[in-house]
Design a protein around this ligand. Sequence first.
Ligand SMILES: [Fe+2]
Ligand SMILES: [Fe+2]
Length: 241
Amino acid sequence: MTIATTKTVGEIAAEVPGSTREFEKLGIDYCCGGSQTLGEACAQAKIPVDEALDRLKQGAAAASKTASTEDWKSKPVADLIAHINATHHVFVRSECSRILALAEKVVGVHGKNHPELLQVQEQFAALSEELSLHLMKEEQILFPYVIRMEESVLAGEPAPPAMFGTVMNPIGMMMQEHDGAGDALRSLRVITHDYKLPDDACASYRALYEALQGFEADLHQHIHKENNILFPRVAAMERAH
Ligand SMILES: [Fe+2]
Ligand SMILES: [Fe+2]
């Protein structure tokens, strides 16, 4: 497999199996920063391009041996949306309440010795509130419209009327909100020194940091599927319609 360094990170994430896992390990932002080329992203992360290419090739070889990844670039857009709702949206909702409860508990016990925990709690609460509104906008406005749009394309009918003009308007807004969530995750990493546990951390402290890292990994995948696969497909569908 040849991977061009002039391709964007988002394109590689959508095309090369296993690449998102490798990007995650290399600290390359493939969701919100997906419009950078691989060359640019490597320069920014201070990683030699050859090393990144090797890792991507190895990752692709390993991924092809394990369970096949669903090809969301060719399945109906409605299926991708159903998948995003049933997995990532459900996960965000259940994890937000679990993490908020964990943070409350850990701040109560360790907040005095570790004041940064209060910042973690505050910033996560703000992120959770923003995400709750974000999911609602996708589920109630954007996604139903996109599903109707795909149905009309398949039926050879004109696109349904939209209250927001071109579909690129709500997509632009969602992408801006994704950037905001990406920034919040980065800031949590800075505050927690990459989720490094202090010596006096208890089991709940550990559970909180693990949950936050799991939340981050899932949100990266979630935003990647929307920014790099779903939204470009919707844009192409609108252009062709
Ligand atoms: Fe979403
Ligand atoms: Fe989203």
